[in-house]
Design a protein around this ligand. Structure first.
Ligand code: IVH
Length: 710
């Protein structure tokens, strides 16, 4: 199937008739490009393959080059004008940009207080019907005023002090979500207010690029502490070319000055109208009555918060009816008809008391910040990761500093930056962090020398399994759920077992007895019996799980599975040469080298081969796997397939087994890396996604054809 087939039908624009002169052609191209940019950037629902869009764009560019008289500021070609300013021009806002009262009580009471206050101010009685509100998200970005005249974007300004801000039109024009011309809006003046922000994935990608620039020796480049900070930096760039490389997004949420437009009677209708004009309006919004609906929204969005693609710091409630809004009016630059209801902050500033260094399973040495305890992201945090020496130096984190700690969702707390303005003199006088010096070149647990390989960011303890810290981590890893799954073997117990000398290596686990366990403190008879039973149960496993549980560097769950499937036996894997390892799908030079290193290097006090032999001797076993190395042809080697819907004959498990036997992999979600989507009856969003990404779609017969291709 080709791209053209997938986008077949009404979706591909009709060719523009040859007979049209340049004036009409330019107008038609701009109309089509604007429509498709809106589908792509705002609605996230493109109708065109990128290549077709690019072709239309190139045609418009060439027409404009041939006919300079047809150029126009609202043409899609005119986003990045290469403007570099000396400074920002102040802009006096036609209507002041207000702020909003914040309800700091993050419980349901915050919403109830707002409802009660508004009712009181409107003179409503208990028996009067509940008020209608709109609940929206409170985006964590920067407020922006977009001024459109006769539908064309003429100015974008920051909030500034609310009375006057700065003209940032040159940068805002580069945001593809913001239309340069509104659809169906002839208003003499329409000022749209909203929030410019950076998505989290865009932020991560930007920091990744910045890190690469810094590593390559670029001067004056830095990374950003959070998406808000990165967005602020991009908006206040003097060079629009640089701003264009810092991906920003926008949500409209209100109005400024309006002339010649009948503003809709409710806030919800206004948001709908702005969306219809082509502006991005966040879909997470509701119209609701009374405090209960607000409380629900606050809770629901609180649960959804970490899954959103952007940061929010709360929700906003607004009285829906504009007549009531006017009646309520303002107090000291804040509308009485709106309130922000916050969530617990995910970032806080606290003091760095010390930097500890932890030893991980593979000997990785991680600097960990010891913090003055601080309530952030819903819990009290007193330790946060500093990742590695490079990161710690780049952020120039020093003991005594005020640091910004972030804890979002399930992510482990991290130090994202230093508040340099608050650096105390002792910290200024101290030297930048140096992990090697700090440890005197020795592992803090076993005193083995530490080492850092060329091109690696991490220092490691060279002690291997003779280092108790690594031993403990290796045991925890081995016992975890997706590996040998030994229920009840958690970090406290592992500490006890290793510290008491009962377990020195993995095989020792299988030699534990009720008597030996009885010597441990706080170990009852019942828990000892449970542990022995759980250890016993773990003996029956699969080769894939077993390989994963050994903790070989760079060998994760799916690689372990691939290796098991390919070699079929542990002996064959342990004896495989580098070239043979490289034949396994998804095994590259790094993984192959790591495997060879693991099985070849004599690791004190035993070799890994011995460990494997002892585990097997202790009773660890798995069902035989055929192993596909060098046998049957593997037509799907290196291919990733996604199954969706119900196939006529094959069950999902059968289809999966066939694909895997043919060397392919089955993934649960469609991405650019998917090679084929196998679709059956009632296929859903995965099929849509495949169409969107132009990924070949096959049915059951098509799957058989793939499987049988020599
Ligand atoms: S309405 C008259 N709605 O929060 C009301 N503001 O102090 C004006 N913000 O910096 C604001 N999300 O940029 C409104 N959905 C939302 C918002 C929002 C974020 C920001 C706004 C301003 C601050 C309000």
């Amino acid at each position: 199937m080709t791209q053209a087939d997938l986008f077949a039908g009404a979706l591909v624009p009709d060719p523009i008739p040859e007979s049209l002169g340049p004036v009409q052609r330019v107008a038609e191209l701009r109309r089509q490009l604007q429509h498709h940019a809106h589908r792509y950037y705002v609605l996230d629902a493109p109708e065109l393959p990128d290549a077709v869009y690019d072709r239309l764009f190139a045609e418009l560019q060439s027409l404009e080059a041939d006919h300079p008289e047809l150029r126009s500021a609202d043409s899609p070609t005119q986003r990045v004008l290469g403007t570099v300013l000396d400074g920002f021009t102040p802009v006096r806002h036609a209507l002041p940009m207000l702020s909003i009262r914040t309800e700091t009580d993050t419980t349901a009471a915050g919403a109830e207080a707002f409802d009660a206050r508004v009712r009181r101010e409107l003179g409503l009685m208990a028996e009067d019907p509940p008020l209608e509100f709109v609940a929206e998200l409170k985006f964590d970005g920067l407020a922006l005023n977009l001024r459109f005249e006769h539908g064309v974007l003429v100015q974008a300004a920051t909030r500034g002090d609310g009375e006057s801000g700065e003209d940032v039109t040159h940068n805002i024009r580069t945001i593809r979500q913001i239309p340069l011309r509104l659809q169906g809006c002839e208003a003499a003046v329409l000022e749209v207010r909203g929030e410019v922000y950076m998505r989290r994935d865009d932020f991560e990608a930007l920091n990744e690029r910045q890190r690469a620039l810094i590593a390559a020796g670029a001067k004056g480049e830095k990374t950003f502490v959070n998406p808000r900070n990165a967005a602020a930096g991009a908006v206040r760039q003097l060079d629009a070319g640089i701003a264009a490389k810092r991906p920003l997004s926008f949500f409209a949420y209100g109005l400024g000055d309006v002339q010649g437009w009948a503003v809709p009677p409710t806030h919800s209708a206004l948001l709908d109208a702005l969306a219809a004009m082509g502006l991005p309006v966040c879909a997470d919004r509701v119209v609701t009555r009374g405090a209960a609906g607000l409380v629900d929204f606050h809770r629901l969005m609180g649960e959804k918060r970490d899954a959103l693609p952007f940061d929010i710091d709360g929700v906003v409630y607004k009285v829906n009816d504009r007549v009531l809004q006017e009646k309520l009016g303002f107090v000291s630059r804040e509308p009485r008809w709106a309130v922000a209801h916050k969530y617990p902050a995910q970032e806080q500033i606290t003091r760095l008391l010390d930097i500890d260094i932890q030893v991980g399973r593979t000997g990785k040495l991680t600097p960990v910040a010891k913090l003055e305890p601080v309530f952030v992201g819903g819990t009290t945090v007193s330790n946060a990761t500093l990742h590695n020496e490079d990161e710690t130096r780049r952020k120039d984190v020093r003991v005594g500093d005020s640091v910004i700690v972030r804890r979002a969702g399930d992510v482990i707390p991290e130090v994202v930056g230093v508040v340099l303005e608050q650096r105390p003199p002792e910290a200024t006088a101290s030297e930048p962090f140096d992990l090697y010096k700090r440890l005197g070149g020795q592992c803090p647990v076993c005193a083995s020398p530490i080492e850092r390989e060329e091109g690696e960011v991490d220092w490691r303890c060279s002690g291997g399994l003779s280092c108790p810290a690594q031993r403990k981590q290796a045991l925890l890893h081995f016992a975890s759920r997706r590996m040998m799954d030994i229920e009840g073997l958690g970090d406290k117990l592992v500490d006890q077992l290793v510290d008491a000398g009962l377990v020195n290596g993995l095989p020792d686990l299988y030699r534990l007895s009720l008597e030996s366990l009885a010597t441990l403190e706080r170990m009852g008879e019942k828990s000892a019996a449970n542990l022995i039973a759980a250890i016993d149960k773990s003996k029956s496993t699969t080769l894939g799980r077993f390989l994963f549980s050994l903790g070989i560097r760079h060998v994760g769950e799916s690689t372990a599975k691939d290796l098991a499937r390919h070699f079929g036996s542990i002996e064959r894997l342990m004896d495989a040469r580098l070239e043979e390892l490289l034949e396994v799908s998804d095994v590259g030079p790094v993984v192959a080298a790591s495997l060879r290193h693991f099985f070849d290097q004599p690791d004190q006090p035993k070799t890994h081969r011995e460990v494997v032999a002892q585990l097997i001797e202790a009773g660890v076993h798995w069902p035989d796997e055929v192993g596909t190395a060098s046998d049957a042809p593997r037509p799907l080697l290196g291919k990733t397939l996604v199954l969706t819907g119900t196939l006529p004959k094959l069950s999902r498990d059968e289809a999966k087994a066939l694909i895997e036997a043919a060397g392919g992999r089955v993934s649960g979600s469609v991405s650019k890396k998917t090679h084929y989507v196998v679709a059956g009856a009632e296929a859903g969003s995965k099929l849509d996604k495949a169409r969107e990404l132009s990924i070949p779609i096959v049915d059951e017969a098509g799957l058989w054809a793939l499987l049988n291709t020599p």
